[in-house]
Design a protein around this ligand. Structure first.
Ligand code: PLP
Length: 400
């Protein structure tokens, strides 16, 4: 958690600017604005240093060999497990588990195929958020398909959403839940709308016995994520979105409802250097302060949103009541997705890059219940600057 006193007001801009200098790819390209951190985040020098140091001083396989480099690598993996639990504010690290996977997509699939398939019984029901990321929809269908091939029928129900806010509709969810409901998949922060999906309300709606699996791809590294505060059973995230190397994802499981998670089969050599980078990234995030990163990125997102609302051709997607920085309707994070009335999203992406802005411009990997048209997504991190947002607004205004 934050170690330095929180700066207020303009100091937050100075804080971000000092952090920005720690990201070589950002600092080394002043003419470019990387505004695609929801796709993957840039890496601070401290993470690059740990990668270099690990590979040049201790690189070996883990859990095999008795010489010092191998022992160091084995310890590094165990220590990083503990590091992940502490970072997630795990209330009971002695009973929870952390497994390293390549990322959120693989993690959710492992929960589906290695855990859910073994837990579900004939006649059980699961609830799937089809308007979230595709990675949080297709694995559950794969699991149900595998069970069907074994002769076990499981019913898939669609997570209900509120039509205006796109938040989960927890009243209708509570009506859907029955004694047959065993499992509900949820998302912490939506990758298109940047909205906090109020997972604590989902727990209240489904009761105490249902297993909740949370896709934390867009929250870990961007805001404080507490397993003490959120009563979910699984939290899955991608290291590369949290400043670590690609291939360093996590499945955290509480082990309170049903069997603790363990991947099936022989896993082979872990991504040792990726895991080393994850430990370094979590250390960096703790020093920077996830709460401060959240406040900065929300502030920039609100600035961009407020600017876009003054420009007639743009439509910002998501809850229109929650766009202000201090909204109590539905907290939004550092993601702003929009469309231009007349310019196709892909074309707008190319135009923006011609001005040096790197944004996402396509269908955004939505599940089958999500947006059907492409859009442009701007996603921010600690190293994003107010100047970048203001310059972007100037260019967008020029296209209005
Ligand atoms: N879930 C959400 C909410 C995401 O935003 C993403 C990636 O954008 C994923 C899952 C998939 O993550 P990865 O590609 O790292 O597996």
């Amino acid at each position: 958690m934050p170690v330095a006193p929180e700066p207020q007001g303009e100091d937050l801009a100075a804080w971000s600017s000092a952090l920005r200098a720690q990201f070589p790819i950002v600092a080394g390209n002043p003419g470019l604005a990387y505004l695609d951190s929801a796709a993957t985040a840039q890496k601070p020098q401290a993470v690059l240093d740990v990668v270099q140091e690990y590979l040049t001083t201790s690189n070996a396989n883990a859990g095999r060999g008795t010489y010092p480099w191998a022992n160091r690598t084995t310890s590094l993996i165990e220590e990083t497990r503990g590091r992940v639990k502490a970072f997630l504010d795990d209330p009971d690290p002695d009973t929870s588990t952390v497994h390293f996977v390549s990322g959120t997509t693989e993690g959710l699939r492992r929960v589906a195929l290695d855990w859910l398939v073994r837990e579900l019984r004939e006649g059980d029901e699961i609830i799937v958020p089809f308007a979230d990321h595709e990675a949080n929809a297709s694995p559950w269908l794969e699991a149900v398909g595998a069970l069907a091939r074994q002769g076990t029928r499981v019913t898939v129900l669609e997570m209900p959403y509120q039509s205006a806010s796109r938040d989960y509709d927890t009243e209708r969810l509570a009506e859907l839940v029955s004694p047959r409901t065993r499992f509900v998949a949820v998302t912490h922060v939506h990758h298109v709308y940047g909205a906090d999906m109020n997972v604590h309300r989902v727990r209240r709606a489904v009761g105490d016995d249902v297993v909740l699996c949370m896709d934390a791809a867009q929250s870990v590294g961007h805001l404080p994520v507490s397993m003490t505060a959120l009563d979910v059973d699984f939290a899955v995230f991608s290291g590369h979105k949290a400043l670590a190397l690609p291939g360093s994802g996590v499945v955290w499981s509480r082990g309170k409802r049903g069997a603790a998670f363990a991947p099936l089969g022989w896993s082979g050599t872990p991504n040792t250097v990726g895991i080393a980078s994850l430990g370094a990234a979590l250390d960096w995030l703790d020093r920077a302060g996830p709460e401060r990163i959240e406040r900065w990125t929300v502030r920039l997102a609100a600035r961009l949103t407020d600017g876009l609302r003054t420009l007639a051709p743009y439509e910002v997607l998501g809850c229109q009541l929650s766009l202000a920085e201090q909204s109590s309707v539905q907290q939004r994070h550092g993601i702003v997705t929009f469309r231009h009335r007349d310019i196709d999203a892909a074309d707008l992406g190319f135009i923006l890059f011609s001005h040096g802005f790197m944004v996402r411009a396509d269908g955004l990997c939505q599940g089958r219940g999500g947006e059907t048209r492409s859009s442009v997504r701007v996603s921010l991190h600690a190293y994003s600057s107010r100047e970048e947002v203001d310059r972007l607004l100037e260019v967008l205004a020029g296209l209005a």
